[in-house]
Design a protein around this ligand. Structure first.
Ligand code: EPZ
Length: 427
């Protein structure tokens, strides 16, 4: 069984560069379906979710040239199918991001029903409602969703019940080729959506308002391939900033390769906890926090506090001098991480969507298991501060969204390594 082994107590110093954003790259890859020809994406993170999306695209006829570790040239000229197969959608929910582009390109899509995951049901009812408003007819059979825009896609006004990232993206990608204008109200405002809209506009789309609650898309007859750089990963950056806040040496830890404006609420909350940041030419530098103040955090759609930073924030607040409350408003089941942190000595009580966190003086190393991608990364960071050795299993979750996580932490001075231990299930 593959694990990440961490020896706590070692200071971190130096500069670390984040990769391109997973939650943008996956959608940009899907969006290449809208522009027949070869689109080149640069600053693509070398992570397993990108490899899965590559398989989805190749499975429907795209060709992908890996020009270098972070540059993909995706040619969708010969795409001749519109099915995202079960085994890939089941592996990665984000595969549903091909639904909008396939409808925009072919007027059809066949997508395996996305299963739930460790975070909850992960439904796509809002995607479907919005696409139906554009004229798409849906049918479900044998675990597949069949989408068909028989009479074409017609622009319309859609108000999302919730500012869903995925629904906003699928609606944008379907409506760029619709006849007429589409207005999405209560749209998600995440920076990754702005990145997607930027690339689509470079391809010839006419999208305005991305990053605001109202996005307007004027349909165009065709899009052309481009070269586009993936935006830096704000969540990876926030993850390394937390590591620095807890374990930086006197020289501090600098995180570069992202836009600090994309972490405004995270920075505001962490500064309220006593963490100090300094803007540098290329990013942000963080010093080790002396005394952690307790905090109340609500996870909300951007520009609110991001749910993808919730486990990392919980790790910090679990070491605060006092009691904190974290409320998870986005996913129905994103506190599994807490029970693993309790094994390291945290004092956390969960009541529905609220985590009551009573600060403790420190963690002790333990054997823990990654519940999901962000929780896994946060467990490694908790191990950096813990007394003794922490062994984190189910590390495949971490590899989904963090490129060279262990290597990047080691480059800062962490004593962390990949290791393999006998699988207890095989004993
Ligand atoms: C994206 O997921 C991200 N994933 C998530 O990151 C992120 O946590 C989330 O946005 C919120 O920011 C990718 O971009 C690949 P949503 P997505 O649609 O699009 C419910 C990570 O760690 N919902 O905003 O699925 C849904 O069940 C991952 O990188 C419906 O009920 O997020 C969830 O509870 C984790 N019906 C909530 O809304 C719908 O039709 C947020 O979903 C759509 C969503």
């Amino acid at each position: 069984m593959d694990i990440i082994r961490v020896e706590g107590g070692h200071h971190l110093e130096g500069s670390v560069s984040v990769s391109g954003a997973k939650n943008s790259a996956l959608k940009l890859m899907a969006a290449t379906l809208l522009a027949p020809g070869a689109t080149t994406l640069t600053n693509v993170p070398n992570i397993s979710d990108v490899h899965v999306m590559g398989k989805v695209l190749k499975g429907i006829g795209a060709t992908i040239d890996v020009l270098d570790e972070h540059t993909l040239r995706i040619d969708t000229s010969s795409v001749d199918s519109w099915e995202a197969p079960y085994e890939l959608v089941a592996k990665m929910r984000a595969s549903t991001a091909v639904m909008g582009p396939l409808l925009g390109r072919f007027g059809k899509a066949k997508i395996a029903m996305p299963g739930g995951c460790n975070l909850g049901a992960r439904k796509i009812d809002m995607h479907i409602l919005g696409l139906e408003a554009l004229g798409v007819e849906f049918d479900t059979e044998h675990g597949y969703i069949y989408a068909d825009a028989r009479a074409g896609l017609t622009g319309t006004n859609v108000t999302l019940e919730f500012a869903s990232v995925g629904a906003t993206e699928n609606l944008i990608m379907a409506s760029v080729r619709a006849t007429g204008t589409t207005v999405i109200d209560n749209a998600a405002r995440e920076p990754e959506i702005v990145d997607l809209a930027s690339m689509l506009n470079e391809m010839g789309a006419k999208i305005s308002g991305a990053g605001t609650p109202v996005v307007t898309i004027e349909g165009v007859p065709e899009l052309h391939p481009v070269e586009h750089r993936v935006v830096g990963d704000r969540i990876e950056a926030g993850t390394f900033l937390v590591a620095g806040a807890l374990m930086a040496g006197p020289a501090g830890v600098e995180v570069i390769g992202f836009n600090p404006m994309h972490l405004n609420m995270v920075i505001r909350k962490f500064e309220a906890m006593g963490i100090s940041f300094e803007r540098t030419a290329d990013g942000l530098k963080v010093s080790r926090v002396e005394r952690i103040e307790p905090i109340d955090i609500q996870t909300l759609p951007f520009p609110g506090f991001p749910t993808d930073m919730q486990p990392q924030a919980m790790t910090v607040s679990a070491l605060a001098d006092g009691n904190s409350i974290i409320t998870e408003n986005i996913f129905e089941n994103r506190f599994m991480f807490a029970s693993e942190l309790v094994r390291m000595g945290a004092d956390i009580h969960i009541e529905s969507h609220h985590a009551m966190i009573h600060g403790v003086s420190g963690f002790s190393g333990a054997q823990v298991s990654s519940p999901d991608l962000r929780g896994g990364a946060a467990l490694v960071i908790a191990g950096l501060t813990a007394e003794g050795i922490t062994e984190v299993s189910a590390v495949h979750h971490i590899a989904r969204g963090y490129e060279r996580f262990v290597e990047k932490l080691s480059s800062l001075g962490a004593h962390v390594e990949h290791a393999s231990v006998p699988d207890p299930d095989l004993d």
